[in-house]
Design a protein around this ligand. Structure first.
Ligand SMILES: *Cc1c(COP(=O)(O)O)cnc(C)c1O
Length: 511
């Protein structure tokens, strides 16, 4: 069975984006019951005579407009969202409920410690849980995203080496790393040594041995790597680094493959970040809130960002600011508190067994897809997959169909695309991460869609390279959309209120 998006698009059947017409209102105010004031007196020259071109629209029109727009989008609530490396899992509604509880949702960062003990206890409990899950000894919850966690972690490593008298110069990064890793190392002032992966997509240990010396501050390793492969020589990698006084940083964004099964702290990692918005259940994407706690070994404790959560002699929790060796603040206040609540709710709701089961299901789902799609798509690395599987478009490019085309066609079948063209070590990559959230039924629909597209690529490649066909808009200029986003309604730059119809091709609205 194949699910197809049924939304009918007819660009000529035009209701247009601009709906304003003079005199309409979406509100009704009671009569003024206080003395009227002269805005000029209150605001001087800043007082405005008129509001300029504001949309004038009725309540039902504005509700329909936004409700209709919301149905043009794809969401995890509509179906599978297999965007590899992003861990787009379902986020239980109960976590949202807990994060919005009055005492938590309304807590203010300037609230005195005395009346913040509950909120602080959440930070403490979450810190303990995350240290337990990662096998680490100390943690900061401050960083606001994964990449920000990397930045914080590498600054910690730098501060550690500096305290020994030499920050060192280089960071080693495998070619299978997430793009944020080299960016992080560069912004922290390091020279980047690129390490080529071996034929299994893993770190080439003998090559690494030649590269590590006492000018190397550390290595940044994504484990499982971006091709979804676990580094089987991780102990040897850690030993090689430690022998030369270098540190092992782990990009822990892929912890959805490890939680409850193995702990980075136990296999030699010194510093790592977690992506709470990936592994620990916060809705993300579209620039929503992130959280990238950094967990590390005890030697990094004195360098952690301030303020640091501490237990006072009377047993009360509070923040300690006086930490002379600290790298300083990396974010205002204490981090994204709502996400800490969600993460803790997620951890407690699952418990140790539930978290382990989650990991096993995520890995099983990825391997189910791998098994079913092997043959239809080329598998560049035969090494066992963890939580995600990476195919390439090599079989399809023979007919002129590329990974981006297959992804666009997938939209017609009612799925969010997988990650395209990443990781870079796989030319034409299709990176698929189903997460534990999906049932066998949904996975089968996805597999059917992918097989069907593989068939189309052979029999009717034009159909695939011109996809999507069933969406409101087709192939947009993604670069300009990212570089110069249009994020809000703007009136036309003309004196007169323009006629009702201003049709921008990308904003044509149909019913
Ligand atoms: C998502 C991801 C990051 C970056 O995380 P952000 O929160 O987007 O900054 C880094 N590394 C890997 C492997 C990732 O998957």
């Amino acid at each position: 069975m194949i699910r197809k998006v049924s939304q009918h698009v007819n660009q000529n059947e035009g209701l247009i984006f601009e709906k304003s017409s003079p005199g309409k209102k979406a509100y009704r105010l009671p009569p003024l019951d206080v003395p009227e004031i002269d805005p000029g007196k209150l605001l001087g020259e800043h007082a405005r005579e008129d509001l300029g071109l504001m949309p004038e629209i009725s309540e039902i029109e504005i509700i329909r407009h936004f409700t209709r727009l919301s149905t043009w989008n794809y969401a995890i609530d509509l179906g599978m969202y297999p965007l590899g490396s992003c861990t787009m899992k379902y986020n239980a509604r109960v976590n949202e409920f807990v994060a919005r509880l009055e005492g938590l949702g309304n807590a203010h960062p300037y609230q005195p410690e005395k009346i913040s003990q509950g909120a602080l206890a959440i930070l403490k409990l979450l810190s303990e849980c995350l240290c337990e899950i990662t096998g680490m000894e100390t943690i900061t919850l401050q960083p606001a995203a994964g990449a920000h966690g990397e930045f914080t972690g590498i600054l910690l490593i730098r501060a550690y080496h500096e305290s020994k008298g030499n920050p060192r110069r280089k960071i080693i990064i495998p070619d299978s790393a997430h793009g944020t890793n080299p960016a992080t190392a560069a912004i922290c002032g390091y020279e980047i040594i690129n390490l080529k992966s071996n034929s299994e997509g893993m770190v080439d240990v003998s090559l690494l041995a030649q590269l590590v010396d006492d000018t190397v501050a550390g290595m940044m390793l994504t484990n499982p790597s971006t091709i979804g492969v676990f580094e089987k020589d991780i102990h040897r990698i850690a030993d090689l680094l430690h022998d030369k006084g270098a540190m092992l940083y782990m990009d822990g964004a892929n912890m959805n493959a490890l939680v409850g099964k193995t702990r980075p702290g136990d296999f030699g990692v010194d510093v790592m970040h977690l992506n709470l918005h990936k592994t620990f259940s916060t809705p993300h994407g579209g620039g929503g809130p992130g959280s990238g706690p950094v967990a590390c070994k005890k030697v990094f404790d004195s360098f952690l960002p301030t303020p640091v959560l501490t237990t006072r002699p009377d047993g009360k929790l509070g923040f300690e600011y006086n930490r002379p060796q600290s790298i300083g603040r990396v974010r205002a206040f204490y981090g994204n508190f709502g996400m800490f609540v969600r993460a803790l709710a997620y951890i407690f709701a699952n418990g140790p067994d539930g978290l382990r089961q989650t990991t096993e299901d995520a890995v099983l789902n990825a391997n189910y897809i791998r098994k079913k799609l092997e043959g239809a798509y080329e598998l560049p690395y035969k090494t066992g997959s963890m939580h995600e599987v990476v195919f390439s478009d090599r079989l399809q490019t023979q007919n002129g169909v590329k990974t981006g085309d297959i992804a666009k066609r997938l939209i017609d079948y009612g799925f969010h695309p997988y990650t395209t063209s990443f990781p870079l070590i796989v030319p034409g990559a299709l990176m698929i991460e189903p997460t534990e959230s999906e049932s066998k039924e949904e996975l089968d629909l996805f597999i059917d869609a992918m097989k069907s597209i593989a068939r189309e690529a052979q029999e009717d490649p034009q159909l695939v390279v011109s996809a999507p066909h069933n969406t409101r808009v087709a192939r947009l200029d993604e670069t300009t959309a990212a570089r110069k986003p249009t994020l809000r309604w703007r009136p036309e730059q003309s004196e007169a209120r323009r006629p009702a119809a201003v049709v921008k091709p990308e904003l044509v609205e149909t019913r």
